[in-house]
Design a protein around this ligand. Structure first.
Ligand SMILES: [Zn+2]
Length: 571
């Protein structure tokens, strides 16, 4: 599951809070029953069978979430290794390759972006210094040139009455004033661009409001999808200091009148791009349908093959886990903070019981056993089960292990923009992200059969009903939790995993998850904390939903409003 970027910077500071626990001496306290949650740290692999079983899932996950995969960060050797494992498995199962050029891989067009130091923002003889006077923001698609653009004062962001017309901004560099209220860690770039889509550029005088850590993060080289040549160029977006803003306007910004004109820009700051060193790849494979007509339609089943890499500062594994159990039960989704004195006693009690079970261990690898090792191995098990079944479903089943979900749903964005089967032949997409947890100690209301269903009726009521009806035929009951699917839910799960990239094109989706937990986006998300029985049950459910959707005599009816494929996701 993708983390929402806004608080990402806080998370860096948060590790200090965890360090507090890692260095605090242990005191004796009442031992909670932590030993029942632990499986061995290692697992001897046994050959997998056709059936979806807890043992097969454990064999796969202990391989896929092993330390040797280095956290599977996009475009790194660890991710390449993980993706190769998936492809070697689907090859062994005899699935049909559906990637580029008859391979199992669809390479996502990803580039490394760094500031091009040979470029500058300047106006006549005045040249501004990057990172001191302004910050150039990376855009999803390439920026407009500012050369020859006149500066215009656009008003104060957050005070809509003060803003100039979008038409007056056309072709100009719009300087905006910012109030702390109008900025949540800086102005929302996408919102400003939507307000002034015809501008050559936007210069938001908000640089002083951006914390130094975030300024550093914006300065680092970054990766992004290469701009589609056909896509319209977006305004160049800059954060500038108040001083720079005033220089651009030729007058102090705080007394400027909206619509007042400033200097003319003579050169544009730019990023330079080069292809990534290690490829970002979706794995795409298929089992053809058995019905000569319906086999041209596809039921897609997906998970994501990447996670978030490793740390350069190891922490004490059990201390972090004990700390998060008390202070951050949602893992990275809970804002970091120091523990209270009372909480620290509980942290110490848990840590003490863990210390009695095993020796301390330093840890730096985000194994992503649940996120999304669980989904990845579930899709492999479903593929193996269907590949071995004597009778195949009528429609074809398409399996996709997406790249770069954690970085911004890139693999699924790329696949749905450049599908290797006709886009409108995909009748549904079943997305699996984090289905290995959901115990009562992980999530409120959790327990055997607990599943969060998201988006299942957002495009097709029939699909949502189908999932419910299939669940009733399963050997053990399911407990579906729909609360995270509510409109405006603060967790925004509907917008945070790969299914949304399908939904934006009107493809009905179901997102299956057992929800967040203390190990979410932590180095403690490891295979020994996974509930393999639960993982097997949810995997079987998804397989059975896929079979039902593939066999019905008509195409799933889309009876709800389709979103704008290029608009912002709204839950
Ligand atoms: Zn994630």
């Amino acid at each position: 599951m993708r983390f929402t970027a806004l608080v990402a910077i806080c998370a860096i500071a948060g590790s200090a809070a965890a360090q507090q626990a890692a260095t605090t001496p242990v005191e004796v306290g009442p031992p909670p029953n932590w030993d029942v949650l632990l499986r061995p740290r290692t697992h001897s692999a046994t050959p997998t069978t056709a059936a979806i079983t807890a043992a097969d899932l454990a064999t796969r996950l202990y391989i896929f979430a092993d330390d040797s995969m280095q956290g599977r960060l996009l475009a790194t050797p660890g991710n390449v290794k993980g993706v190769d494992y998936i492809a070697s498995e689907v090859k062994r199962m005899g699935l049909i390759p559906m990637g580029d050029d008859g391979s199992y891989f669809q390479t996502v067009n990803l580039v490394d972006r760094t500031f091009d130091d040979s470029t500058r923002l300047s106006a006549g003889s005045t040249s501004f210094t990057p990172w001191t006077d302004y910050i150039l923001r990376v855009q999803g698609t390439g920026p407009q040139s500012l050369d020859g653009a006149r500066v215009i004062y656009g008003g104060t962001w957050g005070d809509s009455a003060s803003l100039i017309d979008a038409a007056a901004a056309a072709g100009k560099l719009v300087v905006l004033n910012a109030t702390p209220r109008g900025t949540t860690q800086g102005i929302r770039v996408s919102a400003v661009i939507r307000r002034f889509p015809q501008a050559a550029g936007i210069a938001a005088a908000a640089m002083e409001l951006i914390p130094p850590q975030m300024q550093q993060a914006l300065r680092r080289p970054s990766q992004s999808l290469k701009q589609d040549e056909a896509a319209a160029a977006l305004p160049t977006f800059l954060y500038v200091t108040k001083r720079t803003a005033s220089a651009l306007l030729g007058a102090p910004i705080d007394s400027a009148k909206p619509g007042a004109l400033g200097v003319t820009i003579s050169s544009t700051p730019r990023f330079k791009e080069r292809p990534v060193e290690y490829p970002a790849r979706n794995v795409v494979a298929m089992i053809p349908g058995s019905d000569p007509k319906l086999r041209n339609e596809f039921v897609a089943i997906g998970a994501h093959n990447d996670h978030i890499g490793f740390n350069h500062e190891p922490v004490d594994h059990d201390s972090l886990r004990a700390f998060n159990a008390v202070v951050r039960p949602g893992g990275e989704d809970d804002a970091p903070r120091p523990a209270t004195a009372d909480e620290m006693l509980r942290v110490r009690a848990i840590l003490d019981s863990l210390r009695r079970l095993h020796a301390p261990r330093r840890d730096s690898i985000y194994n992503g056993a649940d996120d999304d090792g669980s989904g990845t191995v579930a899709v492999l098990e479903i593929a193996e089960a269907l590949a071995s079944a004597p009778v195949k479903p009528k429609r074809s089943i398409l399996f996709i292990w997406h790249a770069g979900e954690e970085e911004g749903l890139w693999g699924s964005e790329y696949f749905t923009d450049h599908p290797t089967v006709p886009r409108d032949s995909i009748v549904t997409e079943l997305n699996i992200d984090m289905i290995g947890r959901g115990r009562a100690d992980d999530v409120k209301g959790g327990g055997p059969g607990y599943v969060q269903l998201i988006g299942s009726r957002r495009l097709s009521t029939e699909l949502g009903d189908l999932v419910e009806s299939v669940a009733k035929t399963e050997p053990m009951p399911f407990k579906f939790d729909y609360q995270y699917d509510a409109n405006g839910h603060p967790q925004q799960y509907y917008c945070r995993s790969d299914h949304y990239e399908y939904a934006r094109y009107g493809i009905p989706i179901v997102f299956f998850s057992t929800g967040g937990h203390r190990d979410y986006h932590q180095v403690t998300d490891e295979p020994q904390y996974i509930d393999y029985d639960q993982l097997a049950r949810v995997s079987s459910l998804v397989r059975d939903v896929a079979i039902r959707a593939a066999n019905i005599d008509h195409r799933l009816v889309v009876d709800k409003h389709k979103p704008d494929p290029h608009g912002q996701c709204v839950q």
